[in-house]
Ligand binder design. Structure first.
Ligand SMILES: NC(=O)c1ccc[n+]([C@@H]2O[C@H](COP(=O)([O-])OP(=O)(O)OC[C@H]3O[C@@H](n4cnc5c(N)ncnc54)[C@H](OP(=O)(O)O)[C@@H]3O)[C@@H](O)[C@H]2O)c1
Length: 289
């Protein structure tokens, strides 16, 4: 079995890596904040003290970090992946990034003779823990097929979408729709509650309506109820994804006024200090006005 290096042990990376360990993979981990490596090392992972050491000790490097800036840091920083990768190795980035950022990394990685695959995921922490993520891949189809058994150690399905950038596009489409739905749901439901409808009635009727959708059913009760916002998908990452979607549309000449308005609401909630809470905290951008 190939040796695997895993970088980025956050909300998603930690359980994804734990599943690979449980499937018997030889795993080396690295996290910018070293304390987060402790539980995985206790579960059998090796700890690398640097990114370069992680690459040297493994055949396949996986990253699951926050955003394109973090990926760029990990790949290009002094002592980063790029200086240590060598022909025969494979690099898989599972972070949600823009198509252009992914293509840029692909160019740099390919220039070292290394295979590159983008592999963003659908699903949140619960799916990461259960190993039921849906993994979208973009890049060489042969590399995707070769990596599929490893990816299936973290997910239930791998869908190859085409060249580098296509999986990143697909992932952003889903998040721009999800974020926009939550904003319009919050606007409508808050108006209904102000008029005297109960949160329970609003949710029950929505559930039996043509606009019933998993995102509303999952996030709605907390958004209209206790508003605990336990972070499953941090709001700061949802805002990042919507921003990347708007920027991608702009670069392609496709206006995105609706996504942009929703993106601004996410930005307002982040500025109010909800960046590390769940994305459902976007409702606070409206309730605090
Ligand atoms: N949470 C979800 O439900 C979900 C679902 C699907 C996709 N995603 C996507 O998956 C990715 C990870 O999400 P997450 O929820 O696991 O995020 P997270 O909990 O915030 O973890 C981010 C990880 O990235 C590392 N990192 C950030 N900046 C870095 C840098 N400059 N250099 C090195 N490491 C850096 C962090 O290290 P430290 O520990 O040192 O901060 C941490 O390990 C994001 O792109 C997100 O959009 C998330």
């Amino acid at each position: 079995m190939a040796k695997v290096g895993f970088v980025g042990l956050g909300i998603m990376g930690e359980p994804m890596c734990r599943n690979l360990l449980a499937k018997g993979h030889d795993i080396t981990v690295y996290n910018r904040t070293p304390a987060k490596m402790g539980t995985l090392v206790a579960a059998g992972a090796n700890a690398a003290t640097s990114l370069a050491e992680l690459v040297r000790r493994t055949d396949i490097t996986i990253t699951m970090v926050s955003d394109p800036v973090a990926v760029r840091d990990v790949v290009t920083a002094k002592g980063g992946l790029l200086g240590a990768l060598s022909p025969g190795k494979t690099y898989i980035d599972m972070t949600t990034v823009s198509p252009e950022a992914s293509r840029e990394v692909a160019r740099m990685v390919h220039a070292t003779g290394v295979d590159y695959l983008e592999a963003p995921v659908l699903g949140s922490r619960k799916h990461a823990m259960e190993g039921t993520l849906v993994i979208l891949t973009g890049g060489d189809e042969g590399v995707s097929r070769r990596m599929e058994p490893l990816l299936l150690g973290m997910g239930s399905r791998v869908i190859h979408l085409g060249d580098t950038g296509m999986a990143a596009h697909m992932k952003l489409i889903i998040h721009q729709i999800m974020g926009t739905i939550l904003c319009v749901f919050a606007e409508g439901a808050l108006t209904g509650m102000e008029a005297g409808l109960s949160a329970e009635k609003i949710l029950a009727v929505l559930e039996s309506s043509v606009v019933a959708c998993p995102t509303i059913l999952l996030k709605g009760p907390d958004m209209l109820g206790e508003r605990v916002f336990t972070p499953n998908f941090p709001l700061k990452h949802a805002h990042k994804d919507m921003r990347l979607a708007v920027e991608t549309g702009k670069a392609m000449g496709i206006p995105m006024p609706v996504t942009k308005a929703a993106c601004d609401l996410f930005g307002a909630a982040r500025d109010k200090g909800f960046g590390d809470r769940d994305l459902s905290a976007v409702v606070r951008a409206l309730t605090d006005l």
